[in-house]
Design a binder for this molecule. Structure first.
Ligand code: PGA
Length: 251
């Protein structure tokens, strides 16, 4: 399975929400293959949605996992629990986790190792802030984020990276697609040249992806997919974005 289009529902949804979501998605999705699709709902729904989504076969995963596998960690969820509940992947290091929950590179590395140990596909999010972008530090910051995290991993053998500029998340602004393309190229180069023991499955883009801009994004060669927040809350829109993705990437 190679996940390419991920819905990040953040702190949204309810039972009736996802039932309606799947009905809308199924009506609009034209593809016969669902292998590249995933949804990260709030963890409390993983188990329920994993059963619900097994046909058509959209992968379910978590938005976060704890950096420990068990212990006195009130309120946390372990990678093996996500797996046990039917999850197939985990997002780690989302900028909202870094910002609101003070996650550091070392914590994120531990999460990636644990995700991998639990046979969850690990997704690492990286991205520069608007200040860093204004100071022309984007490439340097991304290189540091990727290197610091991967250097601190001990058992990780494969991953997907989501490039998510912090200023583009939920803002309606995106970098020029050509710019995203060259950043993805740089990220691939950093991983391949410095961490040859780690298999990089894909570099996907996240930040204000929607139906209008998805075509221009997916046209770029090094953009392997997308992590979609706001627009993924609408089953019809997510399906339409997936249709565009399939058409452009020949799936
Ligand atoms: P957005 O969120 O699509 O609403 O910008 C993306 C994300 O945070 O993963």
């Amino acid at each position: 399975m190679s996940l390419k289009l991920l819905a990040n529902w953040k702190l949204h949804g309810s039972k009736s929400f996802y039932q309606n979501w799947f009905a809308a998605f199924n009506q609009s999705y034209r593809g016969s293959n669902h292998d590249s699709l995933g949804i990260a709902p709030p963890s409390i729904y993983i188990s329920d949605i994993a059963r619900y989504s097994s046909n058509p076969g959209i992968a379910i995963g978590s938005q976060n996992i704890d950096q420990f596998s068990s212990g006195a960690r009130t309120g946390e969820i372990a990678s093996r629990m996500v797996k046990d509940a039917g999850g197939l992947f985990s997002i780690t290091g989302h900028s909202e986790r870094r910002m609101f929950f003070n996650e550091l590179d070392g914590d994120i590395a531990a999460k990636l190792d644990l995700a991998s140990a639990a046979s969850l596909i690990p997704i690492l999010c990286v991205g520069e802030s608007s200040e860093e972008r204004d100071q022309n530090k984007t490439e340097k910051v991304l290189e540091m984020q990727v290197s610091n995290v991967l250097r601190a991993c001990s058992t990780l053998h494969s991953l997907t990276i989501a490039y998510e500029p912090v200023w583009a998340i939920g803002s309606g602004m995106i970098p020029e697609p050509e710019e995203i393309n060259s950043i993805h190229e740089m990220i691939k180069d950093v991983v391949q040249s410095r961490f040859s023991n780690i298999d990089l499955h894909a570099v996907i883009y996240g930040g204000s992806v929607n139906l209008e801009n998805s075509k221009s994004i997916f046209k770029e060669k090094e953009i392997d997919g997308a992590l979609i927040g706001g627009a993924s809350l609408n089953g019809e829109e997510f399906a339409s974005i997936a249709n565009i993705f399939n058409d452009l990437k020949g799936l």
